[in-house]
Write a new protein. Structure first.
Length: 439
């Protein structure tokens, strides 16, 4: 048993015992009240699930096992002479709650290298699709095609003990994460670069090798990709892609089918596809204004026109956050340290000065601040990745780290099939009438 797997088994076994004790003695304790607004409003804010890997605070932002993103940047191991954290190290932290050593991260990287061979039938499945197929559709199909390698499905069919569900899920998680960069890079090169594929460099780390296979040169882009894959990895369990992965997984679907469900959720414009919409909006604005160097006054006028047309400003607002997204702030920090003279990035920074004030002036926007999607596209454009329809695939490769580590915990703790109770509007009206009569 590899070291990370052994640590996970020990920690999950201990927590499983604690959870059983809590439920036995305190299972009837109320932790929340549900309003009709939440019932009709997508269950917004209802405390109804457990996610061990991260927690989102409306003011402080995301914390991975208690660590903020700036803290992670200081604490997590990096490549030699590197400035950004390794996403492998974050996966280790999310899975077992410990900051790994450099040797432990190297061992995990080696594990993923050994597991990274993608079966030919996955490439064949992708090649059978029209090249204009959206990259997220290709990504989802590729993940489902990999399900033929599912260890969980194979063991379950032979009659596996419930106590071993976590073990098979861990193996599937490790294999799937290892293969995702190769799959995603294949989609990118197939769709936008005439199938001119780039062989993996197995001497590189997970994020560095992904950047290499995408074909964008330079150590600086590799550094950005490590940061990108780290900050997009998780956002607690209630976001759509994490919840979808958890929901599908609760049926005992394996990691491949569960992640495909999460990625289909991520592909929605109200979730991960927003990063594509942000850069499209910026390009439309620049075309409308006839300049790549607009003034703040010009941007303000365009923003007002967008809002007057009852359209949203992509990249601004968040369901939970009430301050600027720390993931936006961290990407802005990277751009300030590494990039100068970029027109598109300067536009993003000017929008940051203009858009929140205009949204606040509406008087009904709870969070006028930029979220993670507001900045990433501009940096990718700077490095030459102008194909914005691919951006959500990058997001998906990263998000797999969080949702699959959470799936391992769901299996280890024996979480049941998720099955909330629904009611009809007629039931609601009858309930309100009874409540009124009782008063």
């Amino acid at each position: 048993m590899d070291l990370l797997k052994q640590k996970f088994f020990e920690k999950s076994s201990q927590l499983k015992t604690e959870v059983k004790s809590i439920l036995k003695t305190q299972g009837g304790t109320k932790v929340d009240e549900v309003t009709l607004g939440q019932v009709f409003g997508g269950m917004r804010g209802v405390k109804s699930m457990i996610c061990e890997t991260s927690q989102l605070d409306p003011i402080k932002g995301i914390r991975f096992r208690g660590y903020s993103i700036p803290e992670l940047r200081e604490a997590l191991p990096r490549v030699v002479n590197g400035k950004e954290p390794l996403p492998e190290a974050l996966f280790w932290l999310m899975l077992v709650g410990e900051i790994p050593t450099e040797d432990q991260v190297k061992g995990l990287t080696a594990q993923w290298v050994a597991r990274s061979t993608v079966p030919q039938h996955t490439f064949d499945a992708l090649d059978a699709l029209p090249k204009e197929t959206h990259p997220m559709t290709q990504f989802s199909i590729a993940i489902v095609s990999l399900q033929t390698k599912s260890i969980f499905a194979q063991r379950y069919a032979k009659g596996m003990s419930k106590n071993d569900y976590w073990d098979a899920t861990y193996e599937d998680t490790m294999n799937l994460i290892a293969m995702l960069p190769r799959v995603a890079a294949y989609i990118y090169r197939r769709t936008y670069h005439n199938g001119d594929h780039i062989a993996p460099d197995l001497t590189l780390d997970w994020g560095g090798n992904f950047a290499h296979m995408l074909g964008i040169p330079g150590e600086e882009f590799k550094s950005f990709m490590r940061l990108y894959l780290t900050v997009h990895a998780d956002h607690e369990g209630g976001n759509a892609s994490a919840h979808a992965t958890h929901l599908v997984g609760s049926t005992l679907s394996d990691a491949y089918l569960s992640l495909a469900g999460g990625m289909n959720s991520l592909a929605g414009p109200l979730h991960g596809l927003a990063n594509q919409e942000v850069i499209k909006w910026i390009f439309r604005m620049l075309e409308s204004l006839g300049t790549r160097k607009p003034t703040k006054a010009q941007i303000r006028k365009y923003v007002k026109a967008t809002l007057a047309a009852r359209q949203v400003i992509p990249g601004y607002g968040h369901a939970v956050l009430r301050e600027p997204d720390p993931r936006f702030v961290e990407q802005r920090r990277f751009a300030k340290e590494n990039i100068s003279g970029s027109d598109i990035i300067n536009v993003v920074w000017k929008c940051f000065e203009v858009v929140p004030k205009e949204l606040q002036a509406l008087g009904k926007v709870k969070n006028p601040w930029p979220n993670v999607d507001a900045h990433s596209g501009a940096i990718l454009v700077h490095y030459g990745m102008n194909e914005y329809s691919f951006y959500t695939v990058l997001f998906g490769v990263s998000r797999a780290l969080g949702v699959l580590s959470a799936l391992c915990w769901s299996r280890a703790l024996g979480f049941p099939l998720e099955r909330p109770k629904s009611v009809t509007t007629e039931w609601v009206k009858e309930h309100l009438a009874k409540a009124a009569a009782a008063k």
